[in-house]
Design a binder for this molecule. Structure first.
Ligand SMILES: [Zn+2]
Ligand SMILES: [Zn+2]
Length: 281
């Protein structure tokens, strides 16, 4: 089958690879979204890696599903404390070889109803990550730092629960409404977003770190008694919640390209000309 495989330099190229083998069930990939975390892995992940975890697929019995890419055990101390993505069981991928392929072996999924197309349903996974993160953000006035696809998911979900939402981006053309004063909480969705987040929150405020934001100064956290909290990835529960919520959310259109045009889609994303790129095998 065809898949986008990282070469010796960690760069993606279309290649013929063996059909995936168990232990999971063989599914046909319908669409897979490109995530910022995939792009960060280029040049770093091991040769032979197939990326892609925002996967919509069809199971052998014809059901359309969104794949669950990691699974927490649900029983250890970290899981019970709500830190499922740090569970030891969460380390191994449950999609083999990865989503940028014609087929995959999968250990679990959530069923997708009719109504949206395959490309749009790939947003279930990033939305599920966002839903888990939002639980750590106190309600009120919230600034989203980094207004790309994930930033917009945050803005939609926060607005939906009644928050007053502001959004800034290093690209002024992407920014949303600028904050008209201090905010109670900020969400960092972009590299280098810490400074803007810390500057915006009022004393006693909360900052959710949702991206590898780079170095963060401790002095303002100490002096202004800020709360920093992190959230990464999704759980099967938030995946199910995302399926229910997604049809009612307003989201930017994705650029949909066949797997053969992976390099082109990657460039569109890197040049910030596409907010979201989805590939179909
Ligand atoms: Zn992702
Ligand atoms: Zn666990």
């Amino acid at each position: 089958m065809r898949a986008v495989v990282l070469d010796a330099a960690g760069q993606p190229a279309l290649a013929e690879v063996p059909e995936p083998e168990g232990p999971g069930e063989l599914v046909s990939v319908l669409a897979c979204g490109l995530c910022g975390s995939d792009v960060e892995k280029l040049g770093n992940a091991a040769p032979g890696t197939v990326l892609g975890h925002e996967v919509v697929a069809r199971t052998a019995d014809g059901t359309r599903v969104a794949l669950i890419h990691h699974r927490p055990c649900g029983e250890c101390g970290r899981c019970l404390a709500g830190h499922e993505s740090t569970c030891e069981a969460f380390e191994s991928s449950t999609i083999r070889p990865g989503g940028f392929a014609e087929r995959a072996s999968a250990d679990g999924w959530v069923e997708l109803p009719a109504g949206l197309d395959d490309a749009r349903w790939t947003a279930v996974e990033p939305l599920a990550c966002v839903l888990r993160g939002v639980e750590r953000v106190p309600q009120g006035r919230v600034l989203v730092v980094g207004h790309g696809f994930v930033g917009r998911l945050f803005a939609s979900v926060l607005a939906r629960r009644g928050d007053e939402v502001f959004a800034v981006d290093r690209d002024p053309a992407r920014s949303g409404p600028a904050p008209d004063g201090p905010v109670g909480a900020a969400v960092i969705c972009a590299q280098g977003g810490a400074e803007a987040a810390i500057a915006a929150v009022e004393p006693g405020g909360t900052v959710l770190v949702f991206a590898d934001a780079g170095p963060i100064l401790a002095a303002p956290i100490y002096r202004r008694e800020l709360t920093f909290t992190g959230s990464r990835s999704a759980t099967p529960e938030t995946m199910r919640e995302a399926v229910r919520l997604l049809p009612g959310l307003e989201l930017p259109e994705a650029t949909v390209l066949p797997l053969e045009r992976f390099a082109e889609g990657l460039e569109l994303y890197r040049r910030r000309e596409a907010l979201k790129v989805v590939f179909t095998p």
